[in-house]
Design a protein around this ligand. Structure first.
Ligand code: C2O
Ligand code: CU
Ligand code: CU
Length: 487
């Protein structure tokens, strides 16, 4: 069998400490030259437009076992949706009704959750909508979101981390008239690139079995290799001056600090729930599990580029690993791209005075040690997730302030189902421009209080709850999740 390639030497050196702390491979042989020598063409997930039947856009999704070849000559058992690993990119449009026929061909229970969507609780795909092996689940709902990059993933109670790790996730692109009218790069796979960012821990035999140690359950499961759209060591051929990247952090636990090796600027145009009011120029973007960002990168200077994630912060710096992510190889001639529009979407200014009440959510890790050995140990307001307990009952259409306090030593990305909210402030300061748009996940740093303005406009169901939780999947599985109904 061929020897598994290593991440670039530079990556290895820079992440060596984290690797040792994670107790993984160890003794990796040195390999290759520094950066810019990525081996594999970035996989672009197939675009799935579904099929219009009686005015409804229908998708057929098969959860299945598969074999992936991340490393040439190595067969890695994985799970996927209509494929061996991850799923297609589903494309749908604001205002239309979709139906998703999800068939479970796995040998175990699963679910599929539509992350970022306003939708009936019965269609949410959270822990209460279990799909048994052999069954098909067919939720249907109206697309109420604006143009945005959303996603879907398994959400089985206590098993989300293992199932997403195996590959049960995918991206959704929503279109609308506002976005169509803007001159943003929009040719799928050409200058509009989906990018599912993950990392996976591979063993010598090429397998990436989900085996979490005590440390993994506390810090979250991280990999020794970054995997982008299921590709190890990827490069992207650039044929246009400007490229839009639809970034999705689909990792179990890693918070990526994204930047380019040459520190070039890029324009952030959208966040979780869609376009910002205006582009924000950045050189670095922190993207936590569950979050999405759309950025436009200018390659007209002709210089090759490398997207990387730089380490730091969190427990021992491990929450943000150092990785070379994606090499951009420029064609000799780049097709011209228009300027990024100065004005993007209209967003109301969040009005904190409109809130009818405030709810508090205290995130803690009190069970470090015993609780974690038992598979729990992560709490919100002192309690671990209980499927039989409704923690909050919210009135439809009433704005509220949710105050999320992180009392632990790690950063937690707090996600709420069935809505897009706005960040009012973090640690008393108004959100940075990059966080001022529509969000469904907010990263709360250790010791920080984040206040969000939140409302659930569309659906009520007194019996079926939605979830809020930390999107570090090991934390979610270990109890850092709660339930609310909308009435
Ligand atoms: Cu991305 Cu409750 O999920
Ligand atoms: Cu969600
Ligand atoms: Cu967490």
């Amino acid at each position: 069998m061929p020897r598994m390639p290593n991440p670039t030497r530079r990556t290895f050196l820079r992440s060596g400490a984290a690797l040792c702390a994670l107790g993984s491979l160890g003794g990796l042989p040195a390999f290759g030259a520094a950066g810019f020598n990525h081996k594999n063409r970035l996989a672009i997930p197939p675009l799935d437009l579904g099929e219009i039947k009686d005015g409804t856009r229908e998708f057929g999704l098969q959860l299945q076992h598969g074999i992936s070849e991340f490393f040439a000559g190595y067969e890695t058992p994985t799970k996927g949706i209509n494929g061996a690993y991850l799923g297609p990119v589903l494309r749908m449009r604001h205002g239309e009704t979709v139906r998703l026929n999800v068939t479970n061909n796995l040998d175990h229970d699963s679910t599929l959750h539509w992350h970022g969507f306003n939708l009936p609780a019965s269609a949410d795909g959270g822990p209460h909508q279990v799909i048994r092996p052999g069954d098909t689940w067919s939720p249907s709902f109206e697309i109420r979101e604006r143009a945005a990059t959303m996603w879907f993933h398994s959400h089985l109670m206590g098993q989300t981390a293992a199932q997403v790790w195996a590959g049960l996730a995918g991206m959704v692109i929503i279109d609308d008239d506002t976005a169509d009218a803007l001159d943003l790069p929009s040719e799928y796979g050409v200058d509009d690139i989906p990018l599912v960012l993950q990392d996976r821990r591979f063993s010598r035999d090429g397998s990436m079995a989900y085996k979490s140690s005590m440390h993994d359950r506390m810090a979250g499961m991280q990999g020794n290799y970054p995997v982008l759209n299921g590709t190890i060591s990827p490069y992207l051929e650039v044929s246009h001056e400007k490229v839009r990247l639809r970034l999705l952090n689909g990792a179990n636990a890693s918070i990526y600090n994204l930047t380019f090796r040459d520190e070039r600027t890029f324009q952030l145009v959208g966040t979780d729930g869609g376009l910002l009011t205006a582009p924000v120029e950045l050189t670095q973007l922190r993207l936590a599990p569950g979050e999405r960002a759309e950025i436009v990168v200018d390659f007209s200077d002709g210089a090759p580029a490398l997207l990387e994630s730089i380490g730091g912060r969190g427990m021992g710096g491990e929450q943000s690993p150092t990785f070379d992510l994606l090499e951009f190889r420029l064609k000799a001639q780049l097709a011209p791209s228009p300027q990024v529009p100065e004005k993007l979407a209209d967003l109301p200014v969040p009005d904190a005075d409109s809130a009818m009440r405030t709810r508090r959510f205290l995130l803690e890790m009190p069970g470090m040690g015993m609780g974690m050995m038992m598979g729990g140990g992560f709490t919100i307001n002192g309690e671990e997730m209980d499927m039989a307990r409704i923690d909050h009952v919210v009135k439809r259409g009433e704005a509220e302030i949710w105050e999320i306090e992180n009392a632990g030593p790690m950063a937690h990305p707090f996600h709420v189902h069935n809505t897009q909210f706005r960040i009012l402030d973090k640690a008393g300061r108004p959100p940075a421009p990059a966080e001022a748009g529509l969000k469904d996940t907010v990263l709360v740093e250790p010791g920080e209080v984040a206040r969000i303005l939140i409302r659930f406009d569309h659906y009520t169901d007194p019996d079926r709850p939605y979830m809020y939780h930390c999107h570090i999947l090991e934390h979610e599985d270990a109890g850092m999740m709660g339930q609310f109904t909308v009435v």
